[in-house]
Every structure is written in C-alpha cells, then in structure tokens.
Design a protein around this ligand. Structure first.
Ligand SMILES: Nc1ncnc2c1ncn2[C@@H]1O[C@H](COP(=O)(O)OP(=O)(O)OP(=O)(O)O)[C@@H](O)[C@H]1O
Length: 285
C-alpha cells in the first residue's frame, strides 16, 4: 500500500499503465478543485477511484476526458494515455484514442430502442464489437427492439456499458454506476461490470464499498482534491484504520453529512446484502 500520491498501484511497476495521471490540477471559476491528483490505471482489471462526497472524483474523470464544465480548466499536471500526453485535449481527441465513458446518468436515450442506442454509439468506421456486446449481454440482443426507457436500472446500465464496449476502447471510465439503485439491481450492475472488466480495463468511480470489494484490484483515494492513497483495493478495504481515516467508514454521522459514505456498512458485510438502499426507485427486471 502507498500513501504517495505520485505512486502507481503497488510496489511492482508491472506492465505500463493505460492511463497515467500526475499532479493534476483543475480550477473551476475561482475555486481550486483538484490540487494534485496522481494515479495509474493498470492495463487489465478494475481500478477504483474512491473518496468521500465532493473530493473531486467526477472532476478528475471529466478532466481526463476534456469534459470540464464551463469555467473549468486544467492548470497543471499531466494526463497520459498509453504514454501519449493528452492533457487538456478536447473530448473527441481523447475518445478517439480509445476511451469509453459511462457517465453517472448513464447517457442512455430513453425514447430510443436498445438497437438505436447502440447504433448511435458506433464510432467511425469501426470495428464495432456487436459480437462481444451480445456475448457479454445476451439480453440486449433479445431486447433490441425495446425502448431503453422501459428497461430496469440494471438493464440500462448494460446498454450504457455496451455503448462503451462497442468500440475499440483501451479504457472504459464508469462514474458511480450503482448510485440510486436498489440492492438487487446493484448486484446485477456489479456482475455486468465484472464481465466488462474481463475485456477492457475499467476506471470505476464508486461509493459502494461492497461493489469495490467485489470488482477492484487497485484503489485510488482522493481527499480534498488530492490523491491521498494508492494501492491494493482488498488491503485497503480490510484495513479499518485506513477506511475510517480515508473514507469515513464507521464514523457516526448524520445522513447527508459531507463525510458520509454510501454503502459504507456494506464493507463489513458479505455480498451485497448490507448495501444501503438509495432513495431513487428503480424498476426491477
Ligand atoms: N461546475 C462546478 N462549479 C463549481 N464547483 C464545482 C462544479 N462541479 C463540481 N464542483 C465542486 O468541485 C468539488 C468536487 O466535485 P466532484 O463532483 O468532482 O466530487 P466527487 O468526489 O465526484 O463527489 P460526489 O461523490 O458527490 O459525486 C465539489 O466541491 C463541487 O462542489
């Protein structure tokens, strides 16, 4: 384990990272939002980006993707994809280099069918991996004519991930895929992510620690716009002192307080049984 923000994942340098972020600094308006974010994403498996609410996780992935809101800019640091400097590059450039993105709201068009959602995601002349997508998510084939808005939360997440996997991506970034989902759907989404990560490395922003425990090999923790820890995910999640100090797990806080960690209690329980049910209602399959 490491608390060095500039360190990669673990002590063994291993294979070259697919994504390498160093000392990333971002300002939005007058506020310094990121003040030194650094981590590597390994070329296989899932790397979890963790931290309490508002510490800068979404800003980090949006900075990598060139998707900062108006008034936002990268003021320092570097972002490398497969070794190539893409710091501050426009979104289409980053995406063309092979980065798929599943935003927090999933980006699925509810009034369009599953097939139309996939067709719209096709990038350039391909190749487009329909075989892979249908192999991973056979349900999307049988439901190809169904309007995406009528699917369950888990099925919509399948569509969102399928859109990212359809193209030849080197990395898929998934932002809070289980937020607002009922426990049963969380389990379904976690399984979808597990299958996806067998094919392409995933950078996963996730607050549900049971999901992190199940999926992630590496973990990066942010606090107040900086990387405060990188290392083995399982080791982090079994270290009570670290999860308390870095993630606020186990602290007694009122709901909605800044240090709160959705799903925190799940780290202490088996499977997805202990997950906190989020407020948003979802249709289940
Ligand atoms: N468009 C914006 N304008 C001003 N401040 C912003 C904007 N977007 C985010 N911020 C601020 O940047 C900080 C980091 O937000 P960010 O969404 O990156 O955190 P996060 O770790 O993803 O949080 P959460 O888990 O709640 O999604 C917060 O203080 C937030 O208020």
């Amino acid at each position: 384990m490491s608390t060095n923000p500039e360190a990669g994942s673990g002590t063994d340098p291993g294979p070259s990272p697919v994504l390498s972020v160093r000392d990333l600094r971002v300002r939005i308006g007058q506020s310094s939002i990121l003040q030194g974010v650094g981590f590597d994403v390994a070329p296989t498996g899932t790397t979890a980006l963790l931290g309490r609410n508002g510490v800068g996780k979404t800003t980090t992935v949006r900075a990598v993707l060139g998707l900062l809101p108006e008034g936002g800019e990268v003021t320092g640091g570097t972002v490398r994809l497969d070794g190539a400097d893409v710091t501050g590059h426009r979104t289409h450039t980053v995406v063309r280099r092979g980065v798929g993105y599943v935003p927090e709201d999933r980006g699925v068009f509810g009034s369009l069918t599953v097939a139309e959602n996939l067709a719209l995601a096709e990038r350039g002349s391909g190749p487009h991996h329909y075989d892979l997508v249908h192999d991973l998510f056979p349900e999307l084939k049988t439901r190809r004519g169904q309007r995406a808005g009528t699917l369950s939360g888990g099925q919509q997440q399948m569509v969102a991930l399928a859109r990212a996997l359809l193209n030849d991506n080197r990395l898929v970034i998934v932002d809070e895929p289980t937020k607002g989902l009922a426990p049963r759907v969380v389990t379904e989404v976690a399984e979808v992510l597990r299958r996806a990560a067998e094919r392409v490395p995933v950078l996963l922003v996730e607050q549900n620690l049971a999901v992190v425990r199940r999926l992630a090999r590496d973990a990066v923790v942010l606090d107040a716009g900086r990387t405060v820890h990188t290392g083995d995910a399982a080791a982090l999640l079994t270290d009570r002192e670290l999860t308390t100090s870095l993630l606020g797990v186990g602290r007694h806080e009122r709901p909605g307080q800044a240090g709160g960690q959705p799903g925190e209690q799940s780290g202490e329980q088996s499977g997805e049984q202990g997950q906190r049910e989020h407020a948003t209602k979802e249709t289940t399959p």
